[in-house]
Design a binder for this molecule. Structure first.
Ligand code: APR
Length: 230
């Protein structure tokens, strides 16, 4: 199996900002206010405004050549290809990828903080939106915030244990548990490759690294892998 971890950098050229680069989201917003359960409890309106704006940006965005190349790899490679994304946008799916796990949730989902019911997110979400299941007005974006446990971790660890190849694309390697996946995969015997604009925090943990914008280096790498099979 080929396991691919993606981060905000793969969607940067689609116009969706990263978090920690110059002018990144966390240089313009206080993550404690907009991406923690405590911030949501203090002021849900501020949190909903932040995610409503991100949801609108995502609707305007289009998958780029990197997303498209990964969908091609999944469709044409004999091995199973699994994308584990930290991203909450749906650009992988819109590019045609099917095996995608959103470990940090999705902009397209709403979650009831009272009964944990999930439903498709409305374009504009407010704290007054009633839960379709319990009727309570405790609606939040279905996003994993700092201090919360990521989704699909059992599936992800199982995939890392059986990975032949682990590839990390467009992530700074600063947020755990994703930042440790390269070590988990290497420990299980996988070959590891980083594709990133610049070296991530964990760059030295990879067998090989390539630098450049995802829209160029990901399609190049995918073509090499598929050509090598012919
Ligand atoms: N092509 C390839 N890599 C890029 C590009 C690009 N065009 N633009 C930026 N990058 C790289 C940067 O060099 C950086 O290493 O993408 C990375 C983006 O890092 P972050 O902004 O830290 O985003 P990410 O690693 O996805 O953040 C992890 O942190 O804020 C939380 O939950 C949020 O999922 C997010 C997590």
């Amino acid at each position: 199996m080929i396991v691919i971890l993606t981060g905000a950098g793969i969607s940067a050229e689609s116009g969706l900002g990263t978090f920690r680069d110059r002018d990144g989201l966390w240089t313009r917003y206080d993550l404690n206010e907009v991406a923690t359960p405590e911030g949501f409890a203090r002021n849900p309106g501020v949190v909903h405004a932040f995610y409503n704006a991100r949801r609108a940006n995502c609707r305007e965005a289009q998958p780029n050549a990197a997303h498209v190349a990964l969908a091609r790899l999944e469709a044409e490679h004999a091995e199973k290809v699994l994308i584990v994304t930290q991203n909450v946008d749906d650009l992988h799916e819109r590019a045609g990828s099917r095996n995608v796990l959103h470990m940090h949730g999705s902009l397209g989902g709403a979650l009831c903080a009272h009964c944990a019911h999930r439903w498709p997110a409305p374009r504009v979400m407010t704290a007054d939106d009633p839960c379709p299941a319990c009727g309570k007005r405790r609606t939040r974006p279905d996003i994993v915030w700092f201090g919360e446990y990521p989704y699909y971790m059992e599936q992800i660890w199982e995939a890392l244990r059986s990975a032949r190849l682990f590839v990390s694309i467009g992530t700074s390697g600063t947020v755990y548990p994703a930042a440790a996946f390269v070590q988990d995969a290497a420990r299980a015997g996988a070959e590891t490759l980083e594709l990133n604009l610049e070296g991530s925090e964990g760059a030295s943990d990879f067998d090989a690294c390539r630098r450049g914008p995802a829209s160029r280096i990901v399609p190049e790498w995918v073509s090499e892998v598929l050509d090598a099979r012919r």
